[in-house]
Design a protein around this ligand. Structure first.
Ligand code: NZQ
Ligand code: ZN
Length: 382
C-alpha cells in the first residue's frame, strides 16, 4: 500500500426531511447567501424547504449558476457577497452549484488580483469563506471534497482546483430531493460515480485489498441500484443507495494508499469545454477507450475487475478483458448514454485538438504520468 494522509472535515446529514436541520448547522447570527442554479429547486419544492428552515435568518439569494459553472457568473456572486456583507454561503443544487460556491468562497479570501489564477496556476488557497451544501444531484461527490471545476467562457477553458479549505462545513443529503431528476441527469450522475471509482481502482495492484473491495462494492451497488431507479424514480432506498455511493466515489476514502489515473476526467473536461458535452457523458466516451488503449498496463486490475465485478473468472484472459470492457459499455448504454463520439457531437478532429490543449498545459496523464499528446490522440481515435 502507498503512503497517505486522510482527513475529511465535511459533516454529512443524511436522510428524509434533513433540510429542516439547516438552522442547527449555520451560525445563528450569520448573513447567508443562498446560491442555486437554473431554477430546478423552485420547481421541486427544495427552495421552499430551505426558505422555511431558515425563515428567521437574514438571507440573500444568487441564482443562475450554470451547469459547468462559469467564472464570469461566480465573480458576480463574489461582488454580491461583498456588497451584502455575507458571512456564510449555502449551495443548493448539483455539482455545478457546489463547485461554483467553492470558487466564490475561495475568491472572497483571495489576495491576488485575478481569481482565475486559482484554477489557472493553482494559486495557493490559504482561506475560504465558510459554506455548506444541500445536494440535489448525486454524482460529483463535490458535497464531500475540496475540489471545484470552473469554466471560463472567454477562453473556453475548464480547469480545477482543490484545497483543504474548500470542503463544505456540512452537506445535507436528502434522497427525496432527487426524485425530480430527469433520467438524463440521473444517468450522468451514475456514470460519473462509476468512472470516479474506476479511476482510483483500475491502475495496478499495490496489495490494498480493503480499498479494492470498497471500490468493487461501490461498482456492484451502482450496477444493482441504477436499474431500480429507471423502473421507479421514486424508489427511496435505491435513490439513497446511489447517493451514498456517489459521495464515497470521490470523498478521498477509496483513494487512500492506491495509485490514481484521472485521464478520463482530464480528457473529458476538454470535451465539455470544446463541445459542451455533459460531464458524465464525456466519461462514458473516454473510459472504455482508455481501458482498451491501456489494457496491457492495466492488465492485472482489468482481470480483477472482470472477475469480481462481472463474474468473469474462466477461459482466455484476453477474452475476459474484452468482455468486461464491453459490459461496462453496455451498462452505460442501458442508462441511455451512447459511447460513440458522433452521438455527442464530437467530431473526429477533436482527438488532435484535445491532445494539443493538454500538451499546451504540459499535462501527462495516467497512473504512470506517461500519456502524452500522441497517446491522448490515439485514445480518442479508437
Ligand atoms: O441548474 P438547475 O436548474 O438546478 O438544474 C440542474 C442542471 O440543469 C439539474 N438538476 C440538479 N438537481 C436537480 C436537477 N433537476 C431536477 N431535479 C433535481 N433534483 O441538473 C442539471 C445538471 O446539474 P449539474 O450540477 O451541472 O450536474 P452535476 O452534478 O453532474 O455537476 C457537473 C459539474 O461538476 C463537475 C463537472 O466537471 C461539472 O462541471 N465535477 C466536479 C467534481 C468535484 N467537485 O469533485 C468532480 C467531478 O468529476 C466533476 O468534474
Ligand atoms: Zn466526474
Amino acid at each position: 500500500m502507498l503512503n497517505f494522509t486522510y482527513h475529511n472535515p465535511t459533516a454529512i446529514v443524511f436522510g428524509r426531511g434533513t433540510i429542516a436541520k439547516l438552522p442547527e448547522l449555520i451560525p445563528a447570527a450569520d448573513r447567508v447567501l443562498l446560491i442555486y442554479g437554473g431554477g430546478s429547486i423552485k420547481r421541486n419544492g427544495v427552495y421552499e424547504q430551505v426558505r422555511e428552515a431558515l425563515q428567521d435568518r437574514t438571507m440573500v439569494e444568487f441564482g443562475g449558476i450554470e451547469p459547468n459553472p462559469r467564472y464570469e457568473t461566480c465573480l458576480r456572486a463574489v461582488e454580491l457577497c461583498r456588497r451584502e456583507q455575507i458571512d456564510f454561503l449555502l449551495a443548493v443544487g448539483g455539482g455545478s452549484v457546489i463547485d461554483g460556491t467553492k470558487f466564490i468562497a475561495a475568491a472572497l479570501k483571495y489576495a491576488g488580483d485575478e481569481p482565475w489564477d486559482l484554477v489557472k496556476d493553482q494559486a495557493p488557497i490559504h482561506a475560504a469563506a465558510p459554506f455548506g451544501a444541500v445536494l440535489t444531484l448525486p454524482g460529483t461527490a463535490s458535497e464531500m471534497n475540496g475540489t471545484a471545476v470552473i469554466s471560463r467562457e472567454s477562453n473556453q477553458q475548464k480547469l480545477f482546483f482543490s484545497s483543504p479549505h474548500t470542503f463544505p462545513k456540512f452537506s445535507i443529503l436528502d434522497p427525496e430531493v432527487t426524485y425530480s431528476l430527469p433520467p438524463r441527469q440521473s444517468a450522468n450522475g451514475t456514470i460519473d460515480t462509476f468512472v470516479h471509482v474506476l479511476e482510483q481502482y483500475l491502475t495496478y495492484p499495490v496489495d490494498a485489498p480493503l480499498q479494492d473491495r470498497f471500490a468493487e462494492g461501490i461498482l456492484l451497488t451502482l450496477l444493482e441500484e441504477a436499474p431500480k431507479i429507471q423502473a421507479d424514480p421514486h424508489n427511496y432506498d435505491a435513490r439513497a443507495n446511489l447517493m451514498w455511493c456517489a459521495t464515497h466515489g470521490l470523498n478521498g476514502l477509496i483513494a487512500c494508499g492506491v495509485p490514481e489515473d484521472w485521464a478520463s476526467h482530464m480528457i473529458g473536461h476538454e470535451l465539455t469545454a470544446l463541445y459542451g458535452v455533459d460531464h458524465g457523458r464525456t466519461l462514458a466516451l473516454v473510459m472504455p477507450r482508455i481501458m482498451r488503449h491501456q489494457r496491457a498496463r492495466k492488465r492485472g486490475k482489468l482481470l480483477q475487475y472482470a472477475a469480481r465485478v462481472w463474474g468473469l473468472r474462466d477461459g482466455d484472459e484476453d477474452a475476459r478483458i474484452d468482455e468486461a470492457i464491453q459490459r461496462t459499455e453496455s451498462f452505460f448504454h442501458s442508462l441511455g448514454v451512447s459511447t460513440a463520439m458522433s452521438d455527442h457531437g464530437v467530431p473526429p478532429e477533436a482527438a488532435r485538438l484535445v491532445a494539443e490543449r493538454l500538451a499546451a498545459r504540459d499535462m501527462r496523464l495516467g497512473e504512470h504520468a506517461d500519456l502524452g499528446p500522441d497517446q491522448v490522440e490515439e485514445i480518442l481515435r479508437l
